[in-house]
Ligand binder design. Structure first.
Ligand SMILES: [Zn+2]
Ligand SMILES: [Zn+2]
Ligand SMILES: [Zn+2]
Length: 308
């Protein structure tokens, strides 16, 4: 990482800033997921190893849950699936869960835990933070989210094998909290459909701005942070956690609800471009994201702008 560094961003906690001048389209870093899983709703439509959408997938003969393009994908995914496979089978044999697999959050939390147990919280020199140091925002969660968290932890404990290393409930909660505010969508081979959720530690360090100077694109299973314009040395690098085409009020509500902060960026303070955005806003059928969900890729216009 010779073009960015971790620093204390005033009022925002840790952040990343440029250490040299960056130009539009520059890749600041590229990062594979620490762990990733296919969404529950697409579990039988997407390969659990390469995240491609396929018409015909082959099921894992053991758990009958994981599906793969072919033997090559199955072998490639076995390292991540090995412990999970037995756990899914056992989970589905418990009365209440009969025939079911745990939900995507639980599967992701477990994949993260197994990886942590095996390799520790920092996998390489390229990873700029350990998972322990990431924010979980559990103390900010409203009552309803806390209830969901408790249910997830309960199911996680049903799922987690007795012969895997046992963890304190606080440590398990931490991972769920981190996923809740830092989980990022993973997309299929075409790059535009969200098909799963993953955790990308470096990306977790990038703070939000409603008029960001960077964007995230997916490239062969890795995320790339790319500059949207010129960035000066010392300038903080930012992405938008919400669709920045929304008006100030909507953005602020979503940021508060999902990421637990009040945005004080220039665009929010000045209500900049709200009149323009209002013009393009649908009045009927506007879907507000009231349910917690992983961060999405920004709108297509940004993606196109980002590619040099
Ligand atoms: Zn595959
Ligand atoms: Zn399996
Ligand atoms: Zn803002």
């Amino acid at each position: 990482m010779d073009n960015i560094e971790v620093f204390d961003s005033p009022g925002k906690g840790r952040g990343l800033r440029a250490t040299k001048e960056l130009l539009s389209g520059d890749v600041l870093f590229s990062e594979p997921p620490f762990a990733a899983v296919v969404f529950d709703s697409l579990a039988d439509k997407i390969c659990h190893s390469c995240f491609r959408r396929q018409d015909k997938l082959q099921r894992c003969g053991q758990c009958k849950f994981a599906q793969y393009c072919d033997k090559t994908c199955q072998s490639a995914g076995w390292k991540e699936h090995k412990l999970e496979c037995g756990a899914i089978k056992a989970f589905g044999a418990i009365g209440d869960n009969f025939g079911k697999a745990p939900n995507e959050n639980i599967r992701l939390a477990a994949r993260i835990m197994w990886r942590l147990d095996k390799e520790g919280g920092v996998m390489s020199d390229m990873q700029m933070t350990s998972l322990d140091d990431l924010e979980n925002h559990i103390s900010d969660m409203p009552e309803d989210d806390l209830k969901e968290l408790k249910v997830d932890i309960h199911n996680f404990l049903d799922y987690w094998p007795r012969n895997s290393k046992q963890h304190r409930v606080d440590d398990i909660s931490h991972i769920f909290g981190v996923i809740n505010c830092n989980g990022f969508t993973v997309s299929d081979q075409r790059g535009l459909n969200a098909v799963g959720v993953g955790l990308f530690p470096n990306l977790c360090l990038v703070n939000h701005d409603c008029w960001p100077n960077c964007t995230v694109i997916l490239n062969h299973g890795k995320i790339e942070l790319r500059a949207l314009g010129k960035i000066e040395p010392g300038e903080e690098v930012t992405v938008s956690y919400v669709d920045f085409l929304n008006v100030t009020e909507d953005r602020q509500r979503q940021l508060k609800m999902h990421y637990f902060f009040d945005c004080t960026c220039e665009h929010c303070k000045g209500h900049i471009k709200d009149d323009l955005k209002m013009g393009g806003k649908e009045v009927d059928g506007v879907k507000t994201q009231d349910k917690s969900q992983p961060r999405q890729l920004p709108s297509t216009t940004t993606l196109i702008k980002a590619i040099p």
